[in-house]
Write a protein that binds this ligand. Structure first.
Ligand code: GLC
Ligand code: GLC
Length: 655
């Protein structure tokens, strides 16, 4: 170890010794018993030095560093002392089983409380629905108090400690979390920590001219600094406004707003902001959350002359938040929402940072493969990008509440002779239905008139061709659309990681064009794929009812449910280990999943024509001569070519 490193450990130890009496006060005040206090002390002994190091790195040069450090430590101790007994029990389990989320039994779902069931109390009546579908992880879209009017689907939070009154109360949330826990379902909530709403208390204080709170945000008196930053920034919401700053009339100042103009970016170079958000984070954790989805992680640190995305300090900050979780809410894990270049996405993933992460590259490339009927770019990418560190996991999804951006790597495309720029143009044309022969019915999101760039909105079913097929009353197209959906689910449910459904997918819900009628939503095409749950669909599960399109929905629901329950019976699908299988056929994706001596081969046909693969290839990787496709129950012998129907997916178990 270098002398400087030694020195920092020395400083850390000395600081902790000096802060000890303050800690003792917290324990005394909160009347925590010795055992609970001892657990904290043990973890503190393990995590204090690395924590000190991270915070010193970020804030060591601030004149009041020690003041903030003390507050950080007190907040951790207080939160731990307030943590409920059943959460502490869960903490124990999770500490002893740090890879709990790698189980094949884990299957996720995400929903908007208001669109699904109106409010939290009615949501409690639907725990049975989640269990019936097979979900064991539930992400509730942001449900905290928001500004009036447009609130970016809950991402403009005005108070992290109260639930939007239309949805319920914080006690309803605690109760729901408890009931989920009892049902064996993990709860996922957002930690929207890059920005607050412009009517959050801190923003209000800033608006009334209090410098302490103006320092919570990036606020500038004139255009000089914004313009210096702007030189290297990209625009995330170019249709909202030009650039990344918003003029505030009351303050007569410019405010940094990466997303909507009412979402003010927090200034994490100020240690007071780190501490303030830490308090909110631990408060949310203690309501009974298993996973926090770290929203917009890429944007949380800014430095002039850079694009202010994915900066090293962003990682340091998340690592510091993670250590705080280890200390005060050790069962909690983080999920990274970094929808950026694949090289950057992986940098957030690690047991010391975010244990799990959206897999936007897989998502985008599955849609890419459907459009091209070729898995070449997918295979090229997966080949060197799928593997993750131990005790971490991808979250594999097909659609979510956001748009689809074509975030593959240009060099991966180039390596197989694809021009990335042209290819993205093609994909945009294809998924907005403008390309001749396209089956998709997506719409543009944030089309940038200057760069020609855009992203895609639309539900899974509409993008997969169901909307067009129903409109054209074309039975063959309907069949293909449904098969495309099942093909994609069959992959996210088996490729390694946590599969995540965006609820509505289980019914093949189509685009909802009515969003334009609501002025608070009309300007944001993502609302097209945020439809309201239709509970009457449940009645269609009864075979005797033949409502219009009811049979399609019944088939989609039942097939999805079946794939989910199958996944849970296959130990090979635990973990993250995936090896590609060379199918020698660009329309066929193949891979093997291996877990503790179990093996499962997956073959997926991305075209509307039958395809085949040489049986010998299966024999060598699957270590067997006969395989059963557990989805259809059919046996395949490796002495012959294995046949796949249009868009068929096979899950092959050795028989
Ligand atoms: C995240 C959310 C997105 C939101 C943005 C700003 O990317 O997923 O819906 O618009 O952050 O909070
Ligand atoms: C950008 C951001 C991502 C966000 C999305 C919302 O892609 O990188 O964080 O979800 O915009 O549209």
């Amino acid at each position: 170890m270098s002398p400087a490193a030694d020195d920092l450990d020395y400083k850390a130890d000395l600081t902790l010794k000096r802060l000890q009496p303050r800690l003792d006060d917290v324990w005394l005040e909160s009347q925590v018993d010795d055992a609970k206090r001892h657990e904290f002390d043990l973890r503190l002994a393990e995590y204090w030095r690395p924590l000190f190091r991270l915070l010193f790195h970020l804030y060591g040069s601030c004149y009041d560093f020690i003041y903030h450090l003390e507050r950080v430590l007190m907040t951790a101790a207080r939160s731990w002392s307030e943590r409920s007994d059943d959460l502490c029990v869960l903490d124990h389990h999770r500490i002893n089983e740090p890879d709990w989320f790698l189980s094949e039994k884990l299957v996720g779902g995400a929903l908007y409380v208001d669109l699904f069931s109106e409010n939290l109390s009615k949501l409690r009546d639907h725990v049975g629905y989640f269990k019936d579908l097979g979900l064991s992880y539930l992400h509730l879209m942001p449900l905290f108090a928001v500004r009036p009017g447009d609130n970016d689907g809950g991402y403009a939070i005005s108070n992290y400690r109260s639930v939007d009154p239309r949805l319920g109360t914080i006690d309803d949330l605690r109760l729901f979390a408890k009931e989920l826990r009892e049902a064996g379902i993990s709860l996922v909530l957002d930690f929207v920590f890059n920005h607050t709403s412009d009517d959050h208390e801190w923003a209000m204080q800033a608006q009334s001219g209090i410098p302490e709170f103006q320092d919570y945000y990036y606020i500038f008196p004139d255009r000089q600094e914004p313009e210096e930053y702007e030189r290297t920034l990209r625009e995330i919401f170019p249709t909202v406004r030009q650039g990344n700053f918003t003029w505030h009339d009351g303050m007569h100042r410019w405010v940094w707003t990466t997303f909507n103009s009412f979402q003010w970016d927090l200034n994490y170079s100020n240690p007071a902001v780190f501490h303030a958000m830490l308090e909110e984070m631990l408060f949310i954790a203690n309501t009974g959350v298993d996973v926090l989805r770290l929203d917009a992680v890429a944007f949380i640190w800014k430095r002039k002359g850079t694009n202010c995305e994915n900066l090293p300090e962003a990682h340091t900050l998340i690592q510091a938040f993670n250590l705080m979780a280890r200390l005060a809410a050790p069962g909690l894990i983080f999920k990274s929402e970094a929808i950026v270049h694949p090289d950057e996405v992986v940098k957030y993933i690690g047991s010391h940072e975010c244990q799990i992460s959206y897999n936007p590259t897989l998502m985008a490339l599955l849609w890419e493969s459907l459009a091209t009927r070729s898995v070449r770019l997918l295979v090229q990418t997966l080949g060197h990008r799928y593997r993750l560190p131990e005790n971490t996991s991808w979250v594999n999804y097909l659609r979510c509440h956001d748009d689809i951006g074509w975030t593959f790597d240009d060099a991966d495309a180039h390596a197989i002779g694809i021009n990335a720029y042209d290819h993205r143009q093609f994909l945009n044309q294809f998924y907005t239905g403008q390309f001749a022969g396209s089956f998709a019915r997506g719409v543009p999101f944030q089309e940038n008139a200057v760069t020609g760039d855009m992203r895609i909105s639309g539900t899974m079913a509409s993008l997969a061709g169901l909307e067009q097929a129903i409109e054209e009353e074309d039975e063959e197209k309907k069949e293909f659309a449904i098969r495309r959906m099942m093909l994609l689910h069959g992959i996210t449910l088996s490729i390694g990681g946590i599969p995540l459904l965006y609820l509505g997918e289980e019914w093949g819900m189509l685009n909802d064009y009515d969003f334009v009628k609501d002025p608070a939503k009309a300007g944001d095409s993502r609302w097209i794929h945020r439809p309201k749950m239709k509970w009457e669909f449940l009645e269609e599960l009864d075979d005797t009812i033949g409502a219009e399109h009811g049979s399609i929905r019944r088939r989609i629901y039942r097939s999805t449910q079946k794939l989910i329950s199958l996944r849970k019976t296959l130990p090979a699908l635990a973990g993250q280990k995936m090896e590609l299988l060379a199918t020698a056929n660009r329309q066929l994706l193949g891979y093997v999943r291996i877990w503790e001596g179990h093996r499962l081969i997956v073959l997926a046909n991305f075209s509307e024509t039958p395809q085949q693969v040489d049986g010998n290839r299966l024999r060598t990787v699957g270590l067997g001569r006969f395989f059963v496709d557990v989805i259809q129950g059919k046996t395949h012998a490796t002495s012959e070519p294995v046949q796949l129907e249009p868009y068929q997916i096979l899950w092959l178990n050795r028989s």
